[in-house]
Design a protein around this ligand. Structure first.
Ligand code: KG4
Ligand code: ZN
Length: 352
């Protein structure tokens, strides 16, 4: 089965082609056109500018994906597209494009929740028999920070989430405070890796560390970084100081994410723990979470996506589409032929 995936929920225009053979999704093409340089001058994503860029890029990116996979319309069995959550002007470019080709090519179309895509990025290149439920997913992206329990395919229960900022958002805001530019996550991570020596004694809080639930809060941590730097304006030109603040901030985030994931795992006894979303590209988080889980939960496997599938891409959308398609009834599959007429686009699409 060959699946086309389309993703335009934020600032990447992405089209991918995934082939599912004997329960394994392999990527035949994965084209991502990033708008980072455009939005960097504004310090964040500007929705209308993002939409214009998607409109400009979606055709060429689509063509490049077909070319790379050496496939044409007749080879495609299913079209999948992110239909939420995300920025509406941006999402609409992808969903309109997907609906048009589904109509023109007379193919089934299914809408995919962006976070479901991030979760399934973990199963690209793996047999479907790898999935062992219950699964606990730690989702850390620019818009979401959630602990999601999956007791079965397509069954999502949010057991914890951020009460304010998402982790990626906190990274981006802290990067701005430290004058590191946009996007902040990779910039903060790079500063930490390149400056390992600790000179300044910077201490930041671990928010919600001791709370009894699995929720998070990162807005206070970001404010603590702001106060810390305000106390020492004379040090803002000192790269070592900035690196020490960045290091302590990143470690505070990692400590909280690990402790909440462990606590949720103790309650729900998952067979697998997954890391998903753009912040899963963070090497320290990948490593430290892995070490802790390995030590404390011997019978739980820990899966992380390849870093190229951590950040937004369409291969994850096509892969999630494959798993969703497998679970549709024959009637639902035949109805999907008409989805091009009805597919909705929702900024706050719930994960169902
Ligand atoms: O999943 P994603 O690509 O887009 C959303 O769905 O939001 O996540 C983007 C977020 C941004 O906030 C970015 O700063 C963060 O992921 N990010 C990172 C790293 N790479 C991307 N955060 C920390 N460390 C990284 N290496
Ligand atoms: Zn994302």
């Amino acid at each position: 089965m060959i699946i086309l995936g389309i993703e335009t929920s934020c600032d990447e225009t992405a089209v991918a082609i995934v082939e599912a053979t004997r329960g394994t999704c392999s990527v035949r093409a994965n084209i991502v056109s990033s708008q980072v340089a455009l939005h960097a001058q504004w310090g964040g994503v500007v929705p209308n500018l993002a939409a214009r860029e998607h409109l400009k890029n979606i055709g060429p990116v689509f063509q490049a994906a077909l070319h790379e996979a050496q496939l044409g319309p007749n080879d495609i069995n299913l079209i999948t597209v992110t239909n939420g959550p995300g920025l509406i002007p941006a999402l609409l470019i992808g969903t309109s494009f997907a609906r048009s080709i589904a109509y023109a090519w007379q193919k089934p179309l299914i809408g995919i929740h962006h976070i479901e895509g991030h979760i399934y990025a973990n199963f690209i290149g793996k047999r479907d028999t790898t999935l062992k439920f219950p699964i606990l997913a730690l989702v850390v992206s620019g818009g979401h920070t959630q602990l999601i329990l999956m007791r079965d395919y397509l069954r999502y229960e949010i057991v914890g989430e951020t009460l304010d900022d998402a982790v990626g958002e906190a990274f981006d805001k802290v990067a701005r405070i430290l004058g590191l530019g946009y996007p902040g996550g990779p910039a903060v991570a790079r500063l930490v890796t390149e400056n390992k020596s600790k000179v300044y004694d910077v201490t930041l809080p671990r928010p919600m560390f001791k709370s009894k639930n699995f929720n998070f809060s990162f807005s206070g941590l970001k404010t603590a970084v702001l106060y810390e730097t305000k106390k020492h304006p004379e040090l803002l030109q000192d790269k070592t100081y900035l690196a020490d603040v960045a290091h302590e901030f990143q470690q505070a985030v990692i400590d909280v994410l690990i402790s909440k994931t462990l606590a949720a795992a103790q309650k729900y006894n998952p067979k697998m723990i997954l890391l998903a979303g753009g912040v899963s590209a963070n090497q320290e988080l990948r490593k430290q979470l892995g070490e802790e889980l390995h030590q404390k939960l011997k019978d739980t496997s820990y899966i992380i996506p390849r870093t190229s599938y951590s950040v937004d891409n369409a291969a994850m959308i096509a892969t999630a589409g494959y798993y969703r398609w497998q679970r549709l009834s024959p009637t639902e599959k035949s109805n999907a032929q008409n989805t091009w007429k009805t597919l909705s686009t929702e900024a706050n699409l719930p994960l169902l």
